[in-house]
Design a protein around this ligand. Sequence first.
Ligand SMILES: O=P(O)(O)OC[C@H]1O[C@H](OP(=O)(O)OP(=O)(O)O)[C@H](O)[C@@H]1O
Ligand code: HPA
Ligand SMILES: [Mg+2]
Length: 184
Amino acid sequence: MDIQDIESDITEVLLSEEQIAETISDLARRIEADYGDDDDLLIVGVLRGAVMVMADLARALRIHLTMDWMAVSSYGSGTQSSGVVRILKDLDTDITGRKVLIVEDIIDSGLTLSWLLANLRTRGAESVEICALLRKPEAVKVELDVKYVGVDIPNAFVVGYGLDYAEKYRNLKSIGVLAPHVYS
Ligand SMILES: O=P(O)(O)OC[C@H]1O[C@H](OP(=O)(O)OP(=O)(O)O)[C@H](O)[C@@H]1O
Ligand code: HPA
Ligand SMILES: [Mg+2]
């Protein structure tokens, strides 16, 4: 299978490579306006979906920061959240007194971030905020206090730029709606 075949599994491109870059840049400017060099900002990427957002957002931010990672999973290999969040890898950093910004690829049901936010807020950080590239307003099931959202998207299963279906498509440069023929 070559790249041409992968892209044919996308019915509609929601965000092109250029639109993703603009969105990340806008997020970075807003984050910079709220945090300065002295804030000792710790950005926490949520593996594995947020890898691309983390890599690009970190490079777009023109302030000092440190990076750490958590791995949680709630989706298994399907397209519906199980609602059961598992920690697969915890932080290596003690976040007591730190300013923490969780970086995510997508808020779908919101269950993953709701759980993660509650978990990190028990650890004595000065602040814990959320930055998500995408949000599906029609799919969100829980009230979630999200400080930075890139783009609101329709309630369709999307892939690319870190987002997967059964672990594939994370390497697409754009974000698009997965074609129904892929499910069957
Ligand atoms: O708002 P929710 O309905 O909770 O869905 C969002 C979460 O689901 C996906 O991760 P997943 O658990 O599939 O693991 P992955 O990041 O390794 O792809 C995505 O990367 C978010 O972390
Ligand atoms: O639309 C989605 N695509 C890929 N992974 C996801 N995890 C939650 N929602 C999605
Ligand atoms: Mg994820």
